[in-house]
Design a protein around this ligand. Structure first.
Ligand code: ADP
Ligand code: MG
Length: 305
C-alpha cells in the first residue's frame, strides 16, 4: 500500500503541508478535497516524487518514493500522475499520444489497446486528430487515457475532469473509475467536485491549510460533516442551534411548527427550489417544491434522516 508518513513540506520557509499522514490500499479510490490553496496539488506532487520532503516519508509497497535529490529521473513505473496542466504532444494525433509509451513490439496488440483506451475516454471520432486541435476537455481525456495505458499500480489525478463539460463528465467518471477498480489500480483524486467523490471514493481526506481535518468513508463524512467546511463540500447547509449542521433537505416545510423562517429568496434548482431564509439571526437553506415569495413566513421541521 501507499504509506504517507507524517510528511511536512514548504516551497519556502512556511509549510504548505504539516505532518500529513495516511495510507492507501491497493485498488482503493481516495479523494483529497479542500479549498484552493489547501495543498492538494502539492501533496500529489510529493507522492510522485517531484520535491524533496522536509520531514516524513512516502513509500509504495515498501519501496521508498524519493525526491529529486535522491532520484534523478522523477517518476516510477508503478505510478502515473495526471497533472492539472496535462503535458501532451500537440503535433501528433490522439492515438499517437495515447500509445506513446506502449511497446511497438506487437503492433496489433498495441492498436487493440489504444482502441480500448480511446473508448474509455470516448474520443473515437478524434482518434486521428492532432492534439493541438482539441479543446481543453478533450486534451484532458487524452491525458487520462495515456496515464492508464501501461496499467500503473497507482494513479494520481489532479482535478481530472475540471476541463470536461457536464455532458461528458458523468459517463467519463463511471468509465474511468470503473476501469481502475476492475483492474485493481489504486487512485488518489484531488478534486473540489462532490460528484467525483460520493459515488466512487472509498475514503475522503479533507485538507485544510495543509493539515488533514478528516479521513473517512464518504458515508461517514456526509452523515456527520463535523465542520461547516466539510458540509460546504456536499451542498447548501445551515448551522442551527441546537441541531448543528443541517443540509438543505434536512429542513422540511410543514404546516405548523415553532420553527419559523422568513424567506429571503427562492432559487430554481431543477426538481426543487432552494430557499434562503432567516430563523432569528441565522441564515438557513431548505428545499421547496415551489418558489416562495420573499418575506413570507413559513414553518420548518428538522428531519435528520
Ligand atoms: P491546491 O492544489 O489545493 O489548490 P496547491 O498545492 O497548488 O493547492 O498550493 C498550496 C500552496 O502552495 C498555495 O499557497 C500555493 O500558492 C503554494 N504553491 C503551490 N505551488 C508553488 C510553487 N511552485 N512555489 C511556491 N509556492 C507554491
Ligand atoms: Mg491544485
Amino acid at each position: 500500500m501507499l504509506k504517507v508518513k507524517n510528511i511536512s513540506f514548504g516551497y519556502k520557509k512556511s509549510k504548505v503541508l504539516k505532518t500529513v499522514d495516511f495510507s492507501v490500499l491497493p485498488s482503493e479510490n481516495v479523494s483529497i478535497i479542500g479549498e484552493s490553496g489547501s495543498g492538494k496539488s502539492t501533496l500529489l506532487k510529493l507522492i510522485y516524487g517531484e520535491y524533496d520532503l522536509d520531514e516524513g516519508s512516502i513509500s509504495w509497497k515498501n519501496q521508498s518514493i524519493l525526491g529529486p535529490s535522491h532520484n534523478l529521473v522523477v517518476g516510477y513505473d508503478f505510478m502515473k500522475y495526471v497533472a492539472q496542466e496535462f503535458n501532451l504532444m500537440p503535433y501528433i494525433t490522439v492515438e499517437e499520444n495515447i500509445g506513446k509509451f506502449l511497446s511497438n513490439f506487437f503492433p496489433e496488440e498495441k492498436q487493440t489497446r489504444i482502441n480500448e483506451l480511446i473508448e474509455i475516454v470516448e474520443l473515437i471520432e478524434f482518434a486521428n486528430v492532432k492534439v493541438k486541435y482539441l479543446s481543453g476537455g478533450q486534451k484532458q481525456r487524452v491525458a487520462l487515457a495515456r496515464a492508464i495505458a501501461l496499467q500503473p499500480e497507482i494513479i494520481l489525478l489532479d482535478e481530472p475532469f475540471s476541463h470536461i463539460d457536464n455532458f461528458k463528465k458523468q459517463s467519463l467518471r463511471r468509465n474511468l473509475f470503473g476501469y481502475l477498480k476492475k483492474h485493481n489500480i489504486a487512485c488518489i483524486v484531488a478534486t473540489h467536485d462532490k460528484n467525483d467523490v460520493l459515488p466512487f471514493s472509498d475514503k475522503i481526506i479533507v485538507l485544510h491549510k495543509g493539515v488533514i481535518l478528516a479521513n473517512d468513508a464518504p458515508q461517514v463524512l456526509y452523515k456527520n460533516p463535523k465542520s461547516p467546511l466539510v458540509a460546504s463540500f456536499f451542498g447548501e447547509f445551515s448551522v442551527l442551534e441546537p441541531y448543528g449542521i443541517l443540509y438543505a433537505h434536512q429542513l422540511k416545510l410543514v404546516e405548523h411548527s415553532s420553527l419559523k423562517a422568513t424567506v429571503l429568496e427562492s432559487y430554481y434548482n431543477g426538481n426543487h427550489y432552494l430557499v434562503k431564509a432567516t430563523v432569528d439571526d441565522a441564515i438557513v437553506f431548505f428545499e421547496s417544491k415551489s418558489a416562495i415569495k420573499t418575506n413570507d413566513v413559513v414553518c420548518l421541521e428538522v428531519s435528520k434522516s
